[in-house]
Design a protein around this ligand. Structure first.
Ligand SMILES: N[C@@H](CCC(=O)N[C@@H](CS)C(=O)NCC(=O)O)C(=O)O
Length: 202
């Protein structure tokens, strides 16, 4: 097995899906969380950004490419190319239109005036509803996004919409099939263990 070192801040954000994939696959890696020395470390990163996954000392950049690679190593990517592409499409949508906006508006917007923060937060759910509606329909007659087996898209659904629901507790009330996947993934033994033992972050 290659030697893995995942470099990111001491945050979940763009590295957490990779950590879930490694946890699911029981794949050991070094979880290098940068705290306080970013200016120096930035110079060492190929594109000056993180996450970066070092595989046997060679860097791989871009959070979704890294997560997809980790998912493949964990057996979480369908072998069928079209099924794998459906997973990519859903992960891209959720990462770009949900996860990114949570961090952009809720986390990094926390220094904005209270009224602006309230408005930013209020505007997000209507943008997510069409994605949730389609996903809920797709999940109505199957346990997982790709029929009968768990893939990395289910981990992404659980992490991203689970995270969104922390900010909007009623978010999934109208989407029970999505909620079921969020819970089912977080109840998988290795994921449950990771969530209960991972470093506490904001
Ligand atoms: N498209 C890249 C974006 C990476 C990115 O913007 N990373 C941020 C942290 S979430 C970063 O490195 N910020 C520090 C900086 O730009 O100096 C990815 O998804 O990996």
């Amino acid at each position: 097995m290659p030697d893995y070192k995942l470099i990111y801040f001491n945050l979940q954000a763009r590295a957490e899906l990779t950590r879930w994939c490694f946890a699911y696959g029981g794949i050991p890696y070094e979880d290098d969380r940068i705290e306080g020395t970013w200016v120096q470390r930035k110079k060492e990163m190929p594109a000056g950004k993180i996450p970066v996954l070092y595989v046997d000392g060679k860097p791989l950049t871009e959070s979704l490419a890294i997560a997809r690679y980790a998912a493949k190593q964990a057996g979480l990517v369908p072998r069928d190319d079209l099924q794998a592409a459906y997973c990519d499409a859903m992960v891209d949508t959720m990462a770009g239109e949900v996860l990114h906006t949570i961090y952009q508006h809720i986390v990094f917007g926390k220094d904005e005036p209270a009224e602006k923060q309230r408005k930013l937060k209020e505007d997000l759910v209507p943008k997510w509803n069409p994605i949730l509606k389609r996903l809920n329909e797709r999940l109505s007659n199957q346990d997982w996004f790709i029929s009968d087996r768990v893939t990395w898209v289910d981990l992404a659904i659980s992490f991203i919409f689970g995270k969104a629901a922390e900010h909007y507790p009623k978010l999934l009330n109208d989407y029970p099939n999505v909620n079921k996947v969020v819970e089912n993934v977080q109840n998988l033994k290795p994921i449950k263990k990771w969530i209960s033992t991972r470093p506490k972050t904001n």
